[in-house]
Design a protein around this ligand. Structure first.
Ligand SMILES: Cc1cc2nc3c(=O)[nH]c(=O)nc-3n(C[C@H](O)[C@H](O)[C@H](O)COP(=O)(O)OP(=O)(O)OC[C@H]3O[C@@H](n4cnc5c(N)ncnc54)[C@H](O)[C@@H]3O)c2cc1C
Length: 464
């Protein structure tokens, strides 16, 4: 037992693929509960800040302030649905978000159109995203939060009747409330204003997370952590291998979304954006480079915000458009692509194009690949399958991936990163984490048939 009580020993170098038996997993979890007082970084893992060639070594004890069966790091579309799914599946669940509201790039990033509930073009008979994501849309409908128009051509469907079209434009304020309503109804605990700084670790096993907030640095123990940060922050910090766009020579850029107010009633249609009455959300200035490099992010924010102001002034100068004004810019520039964590299986470009079936399917993505060799690529099948193995990071235990950081090549990433498939993946990761925590079985060893059965009982579409 002492092995599990000592959080200060050097990291365990055991192979990532090494088997972790049920007993060991259980022992570790119990150990974390008993030792839940402080976490102290050992010499080999002391946190260091680099400045040039210098490092500054911090020595600190971090109080363990809570323990949960499942902790979801990141409250974007995927994380919210993951938290609801985990709680519905019987796990005591905590959702953590850095912003003071939920919704991720769908609210903070002002990207207010949930794409990918089915193909955009025929064949599009099958709604590939159902289950808890569809319940979430029903909540948006109930709140009156659906947009009037958006720029994505598609066949019309009955959104209010839960027959969901390719995409659904919405009001970001309603999305914040719908997310809160869903998690409150399910009994998910919530911590906002909390930056998830690092994983708690016991060798290669994640045993919780370290958060920074106005309350200071605190540790929260967990049986299973879901990395819903979009960027795979937890997995990368835990030492999971990942693909980054720079290594692949291809990257989807960032864009600052914004909302115009005062659109004259004489203007018909969507005005190139997502329209509700006289307000329209539009795609603003773009920026390149690394979306997990803070200096590049700072440049991106400064340059795109200054540029956007000028662009809106130009728009206002057009005859009849004097009433336009910049109502809101996104809380942060929208980052499309950063790390894709390597999992037990990596979904390939050919899997996406051919529509490979997997016996461990847990979600389906039918969203087009928006910039495949420079063009929007529509599938000739009704979506490719996401296998459970692509949610399980290599080398690291106690961690499940969700959203846009799952294990896939760049082409399938372009599709599955859209918010409807990201929510479907969240549904799967939440159910998996709950099963793992409740059964004290490492995520890598879950009974996938039982997971699929659970997902089907919660109305997910798995095409099986
Ligand atoms: C400009 C742009 C346009 C897009 N257009 C569309 C579109 O039209 N339709 C569509 O469906 N999709 C679109 N997308 C893609 C889509 O928005 C994202 O891929 C999707 O939101 C991914 O969901 P997620 O939950 O994985 O991550 P995110 O939405 O990024 O959510 C991650 C959450 O984790 C939080 N977080 C991150 N790191 C930490 C941390 N360390 N500690 C605490 N919290 C943290 C974030 O604040 C956020 O709330 C677009 C993306 C961009 C950038």
């Amino acid at each position: 037992m002492s092995e599990f009580l000592n959080h200060t020993r050097a990291p365990d170098r055991r192979s990532a693929q090494s088997s972790m038996g049920r007993r060991e997993f259980l022992g570790s979890a119990l150990g974390a509960a008993v030792a839940a007082q402080t976490v102290r970084p050992g010499p080999a893992r002391a946190a260091s800040r680099e400045q040039g060639s210098q490092t500054y070594t911090e020595h600190q004890d971090t109080p363990v302030v809570a323990r949960h069966q499942v902790v979801v790091a990141g409250g974007g579309p995927s994380g919210v649905i993951a938290a609801v799914a985990a709680a519905r599946s019987g796990a005591d669940t905590l959702l953590i978000e850095r912003y003071p509201f939920l919704g991720g790039n769908g609210t903070a990033g002002l990207m207010t159109c949930y794409n990918g509930f089915r193909n955009q073009r025929p064949p599009e008979a099958l709604q590939t995203v159902k289950g808890i994501p569809a319940e979430y849309i029903a909540e948006l409908v109930r709140l009156g939060g659906i947009a009037d128009d958006d720029p994505y051509p598609k066949a019309k469907r009955d959104v209010a009747g839960s027959d969901l079209p390719y995409c659904i434009g919405y009001d970001p304020e309603a999305a914040k409330v719908a997310s809160l309503n869903l998690i409150r109804r399910e009994g998910v605990k919530l911590r906002l204003h909390s930056w998830v700084a690092a994983p708690m670790r016991d060798g290669s096993r994640v045993t919780g997370i370290i958060v920074e907030s106005k309350s200071g640095r605190q540790a929260i123990a967990a049986d299973v952590v879901i990395d819903a940060t979009g960027d795979g922050d937890m997995a990368a910090r835990a030492g999971a291998p990942f693909m980054s766009p720079a290594q692949q020579g291809d990257r989807m850029g960032m864009s600052l979304m914004y909302r115009l107010g005062g659109l004259p009633s004489s203007i018909e249609g969507n005005y190139g954006g997502i329209r509700i009455g006289d307000r329209v959300v539009k795609w603003g200035p773009g920026f390149g480079g690394d979306g997990v490099d803070v200096e590049n992010l700072t440049r991106a924010e400064v340059e795109s915000r200054l540029k956007l102001w000028g662009q809106v002034q130009e728009m206002k100068r057009k005859p009849g458009m004097e009433s336009l004004y910049l109502m809101q810019s996104a809380t942060g520039i929208g980052v499309r692509e950063t790390r894709r964590i390597l999992g037990e299986y990596t979904v390939t470009e050919q899997d996406a194009i051919k529509g490979t079936h997997f016996s461990d399917v847990v979600a389906i993505s039918s969203n087009p690949m928006p910039s495949y060799h420079g063009k929007r690529f529509f599938f000739e099948h009704e979506g490719f399958e996401i296998p459970y193995r692509s949610l399980v990071p290599r080398k690291i235990e106690g961690l499940v991936l969700t959203g846009r950081c799952i294990s896939c090549e760049q082409a399938p990433f372009q599709s599955a990163r859209s918010m409807a498939p990201a929510m479907a993946i969240g549904h799967a990761s939440g159910c998996a984490a709950a099963m793992s925590a409740k059964g004290q079985i490492p995520p890598r060893r879950l009974d996938v048939k039982a997971l699929q059965k659970l997902l089907l009982s919660q109305n997910a579409e798995l095409r099986i």
